[in-house]
Design a protein around this ligand. Structure first.
Ligand SMILES: [Zn+2]
Length: 234
């Protein structure tokens, strides 16, 4: 059996079955959890085990994140979909973010203590990315739902460590703001993926078939996210 993608509230992971295995093993490598299981072990049991080991998994997922933090801020540039925008930092009377098409200026209030500067800067940037993400994903969901003839509910943007999006049974869709640091074609894959869940609330072959019909580059997008997720971080 090939690899299966699974999701929890906090992260997604891959399950590999093998006839040679006798026990279940969890492995975190390059910020990804892989579960290896003997044939016949049910996905429900695997998911229960993963939930049980959640603290351990999160700890290891986060360690990798810390080790390979990208250098966007040091290089004074930020990725925004298919563009790179120049970052200017300033101190001013009031904290604010100013943005035009190619430049972003972040002003941190001069009343913010030096030891809190970095934290405030990151919070301002993340809030700005979240605003960009909400308008982008609202637009892209509208575009794709018409093509796929599916109706979505509320669209939200969230901040999760290792999850790109979610879909709820009430048709609510959520997207990770970090996707705004990925190319537009990759964000479209996540939109199609979550919309397809409104028809199939699982990762069954029928689900992947629906994704593939509307988004033939799905495999490339998955690979891109796997290899580049450490860059989608401030
Ligand atoms: Zn999914």
């Amino acid at each position: 059996m090939s690899a299966l993608m699974m999701e929890t509230e906090q992260f997604s992971y891959t399950v590999h079955y093998s006839s040679r295995r006798r026990s279940v093993a969890l492995q975190v490598k390059q910020g990804q959890l892989t579960v290896r299981a003997p044939l016949g072990y049910s996905l429900a049991d695997i998911n229960a085990l993963v939930q049980q080991k959640q603290q351990w998994v999160l700890k290891h997922l986060q360690q990798v994140k810390l080790q390979i933090r990208p250098q966007w801020l040091a290089e004074q540039q930020l990725p925004l979909l298919d563009n790179t925008i120049a970052l200017t930092r300033m101190r001013g009377a009031k904290s604010a973010v100013l943005y035009d098409e190619y430049n972003i200026t972040v002003i941190v209030s001069s009343r913010v203590q030096p030891q809190r500067y970095e934290k405030v800067l990151l919070a301002l940037l993340q809030k700005w990315y979240q605003q960009q993400a909400l308008s982008w994903f609202t637009q892209r969901v509208f575009y794709w739902q018409n093509k796929m003839n599916i109706r979505s509910g509320t669209i939200l943007v969230g901040n999760w460590r290792t999850k790109w999006g979610y879909c709820k049974s009430n048709s609510e869709l959520g997207f990770n703001w970090r996707l705004m640091m990925a190319p537009a074609w990759v964000t479209d894959y996540v939109v199609v993926h979550e919309l397809a869940h409104l028809k199939h609330l699982n990762h069954s072959p029928r689900f992947w078939q629906l994704v593939g019909v509307h988004y033939p580059q799905a495999e490339q997008a998955k690979t891109w996210l796997k290899h580049n997720q450490h860059l989608l971080e401030l």
